[in-house]
Design a protein around this ligand. Sequence first.
Ligand SMILES: Cc1cc2nc3c(=O)[nH]c(=O)nc-3n(C[C@H](O)[C@H](O)[C@H](O)COP(=O)(O)OP(=O)(O)OC[C@H]3O[C@@H](n4cnc5c(N)ncnc54)[C@H](O)[C@@H]3O)c2cc1C
Length: 396
Amino acid sequence: MKTYQCDVVVVGAGPGGSMAARYCAEGGMDTILIEKKAEIGAPLRCAEGVSKKWLEEVGITPDPVWIRGDMKGAVIKSPQGTTFQLDESKAGAEVGYVLERHLFDKALARDAAEAGAKIMLRTSATAVIREEGKIVGIKARSMGEDIEIRAKVVVAADGYESQVGRWAGIDTTLKLSDIDSCIQYRMCNIDVLPDYCEFVIGSVAPGGYVWIFPKGNGIANVGISVAGQLCTKGADAKYYLDKFIAEDPRLNKGQCLEIMGGFVSTCPGLDCAVDDNIVLVGDAARIIDPITGGGICHACRTGMYAGKVLSECFKTGDYSKKALMPYEKMWRDRMEDKLFRNWMAKEKLATLDDETIDELIKMIASADIKEVNVYNLLKAVKEKFPKVVEGFEDLI
Ligand SMILES: Cc1cc2nc3c(=O)[nH]c(=O)nc-3n(C[C@H](O)[C@H](O)[C@H](O)COP(=O)(O)OP(=O)(O)OC[C@H]3O[C@@H](n4cnc5c(N)ncnc54)[C@H](O)[C@@H]3O)c2cc1C
């Protein structure tokens, strides 16, 4: 059997894996990045919306190659039609880009390659290799052949369906209540705002929301996320999305160019995302915004943190859980409070009826919020509707 040797093997060339591979390679590590698909970033499983401000933090320079649209703002709607329009002056860096995700993911992988990482496509991890109890690499199926990749440490960046963490003995199970199911149509021949991302909340999308993210030329990603256990009998994400589209005159003459479905976790991250000789990043570590389902920036951040911490471990040769704990600290210091707060907010939001959501949006629209972000919105909600934030008011 063909055997490869390296310092670190990164499983999954999504944003989390490519960032981890880039920072490991920059730290001097002999790095292999494997991806089970034949093409990085395809097929699409994303609404492609991101805010802008985190890009600099993780060392990504915005590039017109992967930016499809530079948004002027966002619109939040209640099912009763109350609208709250957020412009760049108020939303600052929270307003963002609509990406060409397949090009974005390839650009991050290219950065990893330029830093020295070796990329292996159509290479699917099938098991972790242990010797005397210690993880020493992974087994994989590569271009139809069984191989082994021997490494001092493994980065599990294998996304929502992550198996690598589980193979390594880490509990990555999700409760049903911590999973939203999604479906999205790439629609053409529709009449939506060309440079505003639109979000509709309430009973149109139980426990989640409908999104319309414009892609230019009368094309948009129109999708929905729903919490399965809140859907009425027999209904699923597709039922709610089709109903929403049928009832919206801007959309109901549109046609579909692409359909995709997927799942997002909505919990505030794993209890611990490291163990001896293994680190989990991005969706594999369940580090994704529970309220928006946005995980690209979290995957990039955790990938970068993992790469930086592993580069330090590389100097000492110690990849024990203890040596990897600075990674835990880094992501928790940066994101844990926000993930927890948004998780609580999502749980509460899911219990509100349409009338209350309408009241909330009216209140937010009339409140004097200098910079609109989830934190400031919740602060305004706390003042007027303290019951809505009961249980997590200390985080606001
Ligand atoms: C419908 C939907 C819409 C979304 N919209 C947005 C959005 O608008 N904005 C946003 O920020 N986030 C969005 N997200 C979430 C976002 O896509 C993820 O959080 C992000 O992609 C996580 O990056 P990652 O690198 O952790 O995982 P992924 O991007 O999922 O990458 C994991 C990679 O690992 C590969 N892989 C898996 N198993 C193996 C294996 N055994 N061997 C080798 N390779 C393997 C996969 O093929 C994949 O390429 C959305 C998610 C869904 C489902």
